[in-house]
Ligand binder design. Sequence first.
Ligand code: ARG
Length: 572
Amino acid sequence: MKDQKKELASVLAGALDNLTEEEITGLIETPPDSAMGDFAFPCFKLAKIFRKAPQMIAQELAEKLSGNSAFAEVKNVNAYVNFFMNRAEVEADVVKSVLDKGEDYGKADIGGNKPVIVEFSSPNIAKPFHIGHIRSTVIGNSLSKIYKALGYDVIRINHLGDYGTQFGKMIVAYRKWGNEEDVKREPIKTLLSYYVKFHEEADKDPSLEDEARATFAKLEQGEKEEVEIWKWFREESLKEFSYVYDLLGIEFDSYAGESFYSDKMPAVVKEMEDKGLLQESEGAQIVDLSDYDMPPALIKKKDGSTLYITRDITAAIYRKNTYNFYRNIYVVASQQNLHFKQWFKIIELMGYDWADQCVHVPFGMVSLEDGTMSTRKGKVVFLLDVLNKSVEKTREIIAEKNVPEELLDQTAHDVGIGAVVFQELSNNRIKDYTFSWDKVLNFDGETGPYVQYTHARCASVLRNAGAEADDLIAGKITPDMSKVTGDAAYELMKAVGRFPDVVIEAGDKYEPSIVTRHIIDIAELFNKFYHDEHILVEDREERIAKLAVTAATEQTIKNGLALLGIAAPDRM
Ligand code: ARG
């Protein structure tokens, strides 16, 4: 696809000797409304250079460029020169690019296969996979797809929270009040109830906390019985997590979680010691970070047990050695900002120049309409229940529409799951937000079902067009885009044409919602086009041009949804 802005800059550079193409590019604006042109060039800053009033410069420039065949029209308005591109040419360029590339439209070759780790989801075993975990899971999944699309070699890691003192608590509670059958039948809910019970009892009898610590220490030392119970909890939990991952269609390359690093930590602790980073404080080993305005990082407790942060430092070094990552991305809640700042600093202090290749991608909290969640109190909403309920509700809604019986299950799944994922990815990730059923399942608002429905609408138009649409998509017919240059079609094709840049921006900013917002815009523009114009008109040339608009839209929405981890059903 042509880079319109770049072409404009080069034409302008030819007309303005005193400015480089780069400087000119920095000045070019995109008017909010195409009625004012596709691009605007303000001349205020040129006044000094040319010692002339900006209005005059603009007027002269407009006159000079008026005859240029690159533009349909060049207009001078006050101190601006407004450029109108040749609509048919722009549209033809976009359509050709999308239809030629198909599923690859939006992909780029900027990564050069450099390894990028995306660590995401990382739930704690024996604890519920609740609605709070969905953010890391879907943001991370989408980022991994975006990075892959940008040409990186992506490694998806689930850093399971399968180690730490809480397992001491869980084992103590299981021994005191638990039984095997319950755990087998409903592992996570049962284990959670033990955890809740432990905290209730520990409020009354604080010695339970010591017992839990001692039990975890035994686990770390590899005591057979503790290790066996822990392994079993882990397996049962993973089974349950995998229902959620299956529903979401998410896979990982590695489940190396916290426990994976248990035998690798001593060497790293020793290395920190050798490098003079450790200090003793009340029997524990810490890294003093006061020079960096941060509280000290506790690396090893008095009883010799390690901590969450020790495992993160060890994991990062392991990953560098194993994958030689170009980026090591952590999709983890903003509550852990300090934790990541602390240990990124420690990696740097250890002398690793790759510290700045580690990136924390934080996100805000999800709350429920009726208040916040608390794992300790057992007040949680299970993600699996939310997903299932969404599929069920969607099924009721679409059963009334004209989805064929045999497609009902699959469509309900695609739309129900897509609705939840889409809502997660529609807001800037850093914002806190409240989960709402009404918002999730709306077919009209800025929701997943709305965008999927728009995609299905495009697919239906193409189906109705039959062989003609197939030939067009296969490149056997070249559309004459001058037959459809109305504002709606033009705006729509410009938005479709921006899609590859949008994907790059989303990757740069680690922000999938940039893709989400853009495909909402495309869907809205298509629906405007659909309402303004009749697509399957008598005139063959016009019909084909409109089908080309429709096909390019369909492909782009589909590719956009795929980057979010959402299916694009053909019928709804
Ligand atoms: N298991 C942790 C939790 O649920 C998240 C782990 C984040 N990843 C990391 N490398 N620290 O809070």
